[in-house]
Write a protein that binds this ligand. Structure first.
Ligand code: ADP
Ligand code: ADP
Ligand code: ZN
Length: 220
């Protein structure tokens, strides 16, 4: 399956993409994760993107599209993928359409995770990520077994630099301006499906699984 996950920062896209990837084997492709890794490694890409990420702004399209285009050519994407956090504006959506048609394939669905705006700040500010493996937790809603320590790898849990309240607010306004229009874009293409992201983690996962099952059974 070829899936795009849409939704504001903090909606739960990354969490659900991790769970679905574990369940299905589909690769979870997140430009945010790829950029954070590059920053940590101090690579040339990392130097290019850091300033934008710290400011809560989108990394320029030529950089982001280049990284995604390259990633999508890896053999593990041939049978499908979960694109989490791409596209994030109209130009990226059009670039993705071009990539898909060049490969002679098409997206199966754009899954929109719907969450009321007023809970999103708390979702992101309470987020903690593993310095080692990148696993995501929440101080209240999805705490690790031992405080500050990753269940998966024993790594240290830290707050992302861009998860401070002011930057989260900036990212939410970037979302409203640049990313939200994609909901209509995919609705018009007839591939938009919605999942209520304002439920417990496993209830969201169950709804997602059921939506994807319906999709697989739908004639096209
Ligand atoms: P969240 O889902 O909480 O917004 P991400 O990890 O997806 O966090 O993104 C973190 C940052 O990485 C963004 O604020 C932006 O600077 C950069 N980024 C991620 N995806 C994209 C994208 N598709 N286009 C441009 N910048 C991106
Ligand atoms: P996104 O990738 O959309 O930015 P994440 O998956 O990183 O979102 O989730 C944002 C924060 O909210 C994380 O701290 C995560 O543990 C938490 N979270 C994810 N799903 C839920 C949920 N259904 N209920 C409560 N908190 C959640
Ligand atoms: Zn870890």
């Amino acid at each position: 399956m070829r899936l795009v996950f849409l939704g504001p920062p903090g909606a739960g896209k990354g969490t659900q993409a991790d769970l679905l990837s574990e369940k299905t084997g589909l690769p979870h492709i997140s430009p945010g994760d790829m950029f954070r890794r590059a920053v940590k490694e101090g690579s040339e890409l990392g130097r290019k993107v850091k300033e934008y990420m710290d400011g809560g702004l989108l990394v320029p399209d030529d950089v982001t599209v280049g990284v995604i285009r390259e990633r999508m050519l890896e053999p593990d994407c041939a049978a499908g993928f979960i694109l989490d956090g791409f596209p994030r504006n109209m130009r990226q959506a059009e670039a993705l359409d071009v990539m898909m048609s060049e490969a002679g394939v098409r997206l199966d669905a754009a899954v929109n995770f719907e969450v009321p705006f007023d809970i999103l700040v708390e979702r992101s500010v309470g987020r903690r990520v593993c310095r080692g493996c990148g696993a995501t937790y929440h101080l209240r809603h999805n705490p690790p077994r031992a405080e500050g320590i990753c269940d998966e790898c024993g790594g240290e849990l830290v707050q992302r630099d861009d998860d401070r309240e002011e930057t989260v607010k900036e990212r939410l306004s970037v979302y409203s301006r640049e990313t939200r229009p994609l909901v209509e874009y995919y609705r018009e293409k007839g591939i938009l499906v919605s999942v209520n992201g304002d439920q417990a983690l496993d209830a969201v996962a169950a709804e997602l699984a059921s939506v994807l099952r319906d999709l697989a059974e739908r004639p096209r």
